[in-house]
Design a protein around this ligand. Structure first.
Ligand SMILES: C[S@@+](CC[C@H](N)C(=O)[O-])C[C@H]1O[C@@H](n2cnc3c(N)ncnc32)[C@H](O)[C@@H]1O
Length: 258
């Protein structure tokens, strides 16, 4: 049977057509030989080929059987790359520490970040992602509880804007290069208690919701500022300070995050 026409095969898929951007994306996620890195939505391998060069163990996940077949044959001589036909949303995440480098389908951005960043025991160390520009702007300035949870435990850096013309076919909007790095350990239960309390009344002054005005000052938080304006790193610092008091009880996280 002749292969399906390309436009039909790749319907809705925007392939990265700028090798320098793929190279920069991979460089922004430092990998060492033997590290484990997952690429979600490997497509035709625009990023996978650069990942293969790092000598990390690469798990390239792709749903489309035709892309999988081609990519397997293209990378057959790379013993460090496994191309796996699977759905991003059900692919079991590694149990050991891992990194992610990927240009993810726009429609799955929130769901994938939720899988990677929300669980208390996530093994994600770092990620370098291409995501929709507007999505990147929203996650680096969290307005909601779950995003605040992500940002307090992981540093989210918007590295650059990527023009739609760097993709084939070009999407309607620009994309962003987003880098995610796990912060120094944060006591999860203390952090969750602070955030879930604060985000019930996000426009209230920090002093009123959280108390401890001196501690707020010393962690760089303006006690008069609304809680929703507190920087993610300051939340992490505040949780570390409060958790030092061993006499305090911090309730467990909701089951969906455990
Ligand atoms: C934005 S493209 C990126 C392709 C390639 N990495 C690149 O940069 O050119 C997203 C890829 O994700 C794949 N994809 C979409 N939904 C998926 C899913 N639920 N599970 C696995 N792969 C999926 C598409 O087939 C496509 O190859």
């Amino acid at each position: 049977m002749p292969p399906a026409p390309r436009a039909e095969r790749s319907g809705g898929v925007h392939f990265l057509a700028a090798p320098r951007i793929a190279a920069r994306l991979v460089r922004s996620c430092p990998l060492h030989p033997g590290d484990l890195v997952v690429e979600f939505g490997a497509g035709q391998g625009a990023i996978t080929t650069h990942l293969a060069e790092t000598n990390a163990h690469v798990l390239a996940v792709e749903r489309d059987p035709e892309f999988v077949r081609k990519l397997r044959s293209r990378l057959a001589d790379r013993g460090n790359v496994r191309v796996i036909q699977a759905d991003i949303m059900s692919f079991p995440l590694p149990r050991k520490h891992f990194s992610v480098v990927a240009s993810i389908p726009y429609a799955l951005s929130t769901a994938l970040l939720r899988r990677l960043l929300s669980p208390q025991r996530t093994r994600l160390r770092q990620a370098a992602l291409i995501v929709e520009w507007g999505f990147a702007k929203r996650v680096i300035a969290p307005r909601h509880l779950e995003q605040a949870w992500w940002a307090a435990r992981f540093e989210l850096e918007l590295v650059s804007r990527i023009s739609a013309n760097c993709f084939s076919p070009p999407p309607r909007v620009d994309s962003a290069h987003l880098v995610i790095r796990r912060r120094q350990a944060v006591p999860d239960r203390a952090l969750w208690t602070l955030l879930s309390t604060a985000y019930r009344t996000p426009s209230q002054p920090a002093r009123k919701v959280l108390g401890h005005p001196k501690l707020l000052h010393s962690t760089g938080i303006d006690p008069a500022a609304p809680v929703a304006k507190i920087r993610p790193a300051a939340w992490a610092e505040l949780a570390r300070h409060l958790a030092r008091d061993r006499s305090r009880y911090w309730p467990p996280l909701p089951p969906r995050f455990r």
